[in-house]
Design a protein around this ligand. Sequence first.
Ligand SMILES: Cc1cc2nc3c(=O)[nH]c(=O)nc-3n(C[C@H](O)[C@H](O)[C@H](O)COP(=O)(O)OP(=O)(O)OC[C@H]3O[C@@H](n4cnc5c(N)ncnc54)[C@H](O)[C@@H]3O)c2cc1C
Ligand SMILES: *[C@@H]1O[C@H](CO)[C@@H](O)[C@H](O)[C@H]1NC(C)=O
Ligand SMILES: *[C@@H]1O[C@H](CO)[C@@H](O)[C@H](O)[C@H]1NC(C)=O
Ligand SMILES: *[C@@H]1O[C@H](CO)[C@@H](O)[C@H](O)[C@H]1NC(C)=O
Ligand SMILES: *[C@@H]1O[C@H](CO)[C@@H](O)[C@H](O)[C@H]1NC(C)=O
Ligand SMILES: *[C@@H]1O[C@H](CO)[C@@H](O)[C@H](O)[C@H]1NC(C)=O
Ligand SMILES: *[C@@H]1O[C@H](CO)[C@@H](O)[C@H](O)[C@H]1NC(C)=O
Length: 617
Amino acid sequence: MALYFILMSALSLGVNSGALGRFARVVDETQLLTNGSYDFVVAGGGIAGLTVADRLSENPDVSILVIEYGPFDQHEDTVMVPGAWLPVPYLWLPLMSTPQTALGGTSYSVPCGQIVGGGSVVNAMFFHASSAWEYNAWEQMGATGWGWKSLLPYFKKSEAFNRPDPKYAIEHNITWDDSVHGFNGPVQISHAPYDYPGSANFYNAARSFGIRAPKDADAGDPAGIFRLQRAVDPKTQTRSSARINHYENVIPRPNYHILPNTAVGRVLFEAKTAIGVEYVNRTTTAKGTIKAEKEVIVAAGAVHTPQILQLSGIGPSLPLKDLGIKSIVDLPGVGQNLQDHLGLYVYYNYTNNLFPNSGSLQTNATFATEQRALYDAGRPSAFDITAATGNLFIALPLKNITSEASSIIALAKSQDPSKLLKDPDPTVLAGYKKQRNLLISSLHTSASLIGDISWSTGPATTLYMTRPLSRGSVTISSANVLADPLIDFGAATDPTDIEMLLGIYLKNRKLMAMPELAILGPIETSPAPGVADKDAIRKLLKANLQPSNAHMCCTAAMMRRADGGVVDVQNRVYGTERLSVVDNSVWPFILGSGPMASVYAGAEKAADEIKKRLGLL
Ligand SMILES: Cc1cc2nc3c(=O)[nH]c(=O)nc-3n(C[C@H](O)[C@H](O)[C@H](O)COP(=O)(O)OP(=O)(O)OC[C@H]3O[C@@H](n4cnc5c(N)ncnc54)[C@H](O)[C@@H]3O)c2cc1C
Ligand SMILES: *[C@@H]1O[C@H](CO)[C@@H](O)[C@H](O)[C@H]1NC(C)=O
Ligand SMILES: *[C@@H]1O[C@H](CO)[C@@H](O)[C@H](O)[C@H]1NC(C)=O
Ligand SMILES: *[C@@H]1O[C@H](CO)[C@@H](O)[C@H](O)[C@H]1NC(C)=O
Ligand SMILES: *[C@@H]1O[C@H](CO)[C@@H](O)[C@H](O)[C@H]1NC(C)=O
Ligand SMILES: *[C@@H]1O[C@H](CO)[C@@H](O)[C@H](O)[C@H]1NC(C)=O
Ligand SMILES: *[C@@H]1O[C@H](CO)[C@@H](O)[C@H](O)[C@H]1NC(C)=O
């Protein structure tokens, strides 16, 4: 604690600001002083890391250092303006998966943010909660206290929901339920005040097809067609990233520091107690250490959190020993249970599409100039919508996707879980079997969302298979944090996943044939134009799908230790003291929705638990 005051004086001498202007609480190594200390050191400044750092630093007596691998963004248009998305320089590139055995040995890129704010700076901004059933099922896997009723207050705490303009809402069939929203939280949430005319065709086709429209997708039952909300501040129509809503908006707060461009290499221990971290300057690769008096909090995302844990000696002990890493706790679940949504783009030519549509910004320079001028003038504009995406989303349970649900469920049941994982540790296998039983039995119900369809109104329709039964892994192959871990999505190792994706693909074909969409003259150009034979379609789906939708999770799961779990219900790593994980690595299994809203809510809850157990409320 004393050192923190020295730090303050060092900082007040006017340090590192440069391009960051008023964000003067950015520190560099020299300001950490030799072997300095903070109350909390957070490894990874993404959504979860900055949420927890903000909440813990509300107490002025508590000092916090966030160490982030990436830099600060410069509020470029690609970051801030939805229609100018995507900020490629802030993605973790190149980051590749291992060859995917069920997909012909292809390796795929692994999408992650590498930037202060993590995924919230680079993502598509879609913000929605998932089905209550899923959170409640987490509790059945051992995450007691993480059910829908317990999490709802944290969803509310995290958001500032901005109601749409009433007239616009009526015209665009936007409905919502105030009782499930928060209005004073840090994350600005809104509906785009602009839309393409084709949205009405998509909406009406879906409704004619028997797809329901939930009143509010955030009320625990999002199945059906709904309007996307985005983490966008409606006052400026710019991105509300964690860097803005959990850092910029709370400084100056002298007890909250961020050290960018620096990798946490490992957690340091005294016996089983975490006492700090070793970090690596990414420019010089020089190492330093910093102490944490109260806790080390790991929040490096589902790919890099298990990497840091394994580098620290927390993981399956034998492979770590081979790399010369001393085992602190033998925890075979670290890095197992990797999950993501399968993504598939279906492309169409339209003989009769409406203008404008989500492709117009890219193909019509006059339109783009005109819309940019409207945006800059604060008027509704196509730039209010994330580039190349639409405003509508359909999420469905299996039985609303295909009449083949029973045979798909039978196929899932016929798999031998012990053959689907590579040399599974018995505890990891036990957890996988429990998950499969729970998830497979949910496939009959309307609460388990297995697939999404989203037409952008332009060339692309995006399909997602959101209920994977396959599992992957993250494993280090080097003791150096700057070397990427082996990332194996394990995509489609359970063939049931391809059958579910096939069901969604065929459902979308039927939807496109509804009169409201057929009138636009869609002609499929990829992946399987004119192909009717299911086997042939399966092959084309495998060749064209993406094993990741950037929704990686679950690699340090909150499950019982006997089920391959890594953290307890308060996010504490089993077998250790003063070490927690707060990002979506802790989810037992993947949600049917996009993760962002639930990552914010889960981190709010984790911060509360930390405050409670350390008496910092
Ligand atoms: C391109 C893209 C689009 C997406 N679109 C959406 C969307 O529209 N809606 C949605 O809900 N979700 C979306 N997501 C997913 C969502 O952003 C993530 O699920 C979310 O950011 C995860 O939060 P997190 O805190 O677990 O990790 P992250 O936000 O990824 O943060 C982890 C941070 O840790 C840092 N880090 C890693 N290793 C180290 C280390 N060794 N030392 C120090 N720091 C380290 C990383 O640089 C990163 O900043 C998208 C993601 C991407 C990449
Ligand atoms: C990394 O080291 C370089 C060279 O010493 C230094 O200029 C830079 O500030 C260091 N990075 C950080 C984040 O402190
Ligand atoms: C800093 O920490 C390192 C490693 O823990 C130790 O070897 C060194 O003596 C410490 N230096 C000072 C000045 O305390
Ligand atoms: C809204 O719903 C009505 C039918 O209830 C439909 O006529 C209209 O086209 C829809 N508009 C949009 C933008 O979805
Ligand atoms: C699924 O189908 C049933 C029966 O047709 C219907 O009642 C229900 O609303 C549908 N669900 C969705 C999400 O569309
Ligand atoms: C391009 O955009 C302009 C401005 O909105 C519009 O007038 C024109 O018709 C568009 N051209 C095409 C080919 O759609
Ligand atoms: C789709 O349109 C492109 C460009 O006009 C054309 O080259 C292509 O042949 C079309 N494909 C189909 C299947 O109609």
